[in-house]
Write a protein that binds this ligand. Structure first.
Ligand code: SF4
Ligand code: SF4
Length: 233
């Protein structure tokens, strides 16, 4: 055990999620992410339980911790009351805090998520706000997506939503007072600080790779992070 483990063990997600693993593999058997990716929650819990600092560092620098969908199906199935999903949350946090996330392809995508979902929450109160989704980043949606981007109001009206208007209803405008409360929560809980670290570590990585960096979604580093074409070196 070492400094990384000391930090991991202070995370409340870890404290709640890690009791003692008997390596039964039930979590992996029911994990939807394990069905689709080279991903094995049992192996992660076992690695953490082993307490080898260099193995933990390698895990924090790997793609592995970013495959979990945080569905928490593992929570209800583990015969020893472990929750691999919570342990993964603690590992992700530590990877972001240490900057190790920039060493893996999936980890580098944190900057894209921060600048889309993260910014949407603070700006609109919604984690996924359809109007902000850049068509160029979702080509799988096809040309209909371009049309949608220009007609959200009509679409929402036809669906009976209260789009961007005050009062109750789906897609309503979130009042400034509530948005201010949301931002205060992000400040107090350290989420803003985490966002800043994701920006800073990503910028340093972009500079080390000689890539263009700015605050948009369109710069070379962010685009390559999103499309997964960075060189790991
Ligand atoms: S289900 Fe629980 S005890 Fe079994 S391998 Fe997963 S974490 Fe360990
Ligand atoms: S929380 Fe993560 S590890 Fe647990 S079952 Fe869901 S995807 Fe798998």
């Amino acid at each position: 055990m070492g400094e990384l483990f000391d930090r991991l063990k202070k995370d409340l997600h870890y404290v709640e999620g890690m009791q003692a693993c008997i390596n039964c593999g039930t979590c992996t058997a029911i994990c939807p992410a394990a069905e689709h990716y080279d991903y094995d929650p049992r192996a992660i819990v076992e690695l953490v339980q082993r307490g080898d600092e260099s193995e933990l560092e390698a895990l924090l620098k790997s793609d592995t911790i970013w495959y979990c969908g945080e569905c928490m199906s593992c929570r209800t199935r583990c015969p020893r009351n472990n929750t691999p999903g919570l342990i993964i949350m603690a590992l992700r946090a530590l990877s972001q805090e240490t900057g190790y996330f920039v060493e893996s392809e999936k980890g580098r995508q944190q900057i894209y998520l921060k600048r889309t979902i993260g910014h949407d929450i603070l700006k609109t109160g919604y984690c996924v706000y359809a109007e902000g989704l850049a068509t160029t980043n979702y080509p799988e949606q096809g040309p209909i997506w371009d049309w949608r981007q220009q007609h959200w109001k009509e679409i929402m009206d036809r669906l009976g939503a209260n789009y961007q208007k005050p009062g109750a209803g789906a897609m309503r405008r979130i009042p400034d007072e509530a948005l201010n409360e949301l931002r205060a929560i992000f400040e107090v809980t350290g989420a803003m600080n985490r966002f800043e670290k994701i920006e800073n570590f990503s910028r340093e990585k972009a500079q080390s790779l000689g890539m263009h960096w700015d605050e948009s979604l369109d710069n070379e580093y962010v685009q390559k992070a999103y499309h997964g074409s960075h060189n790991n070196s």
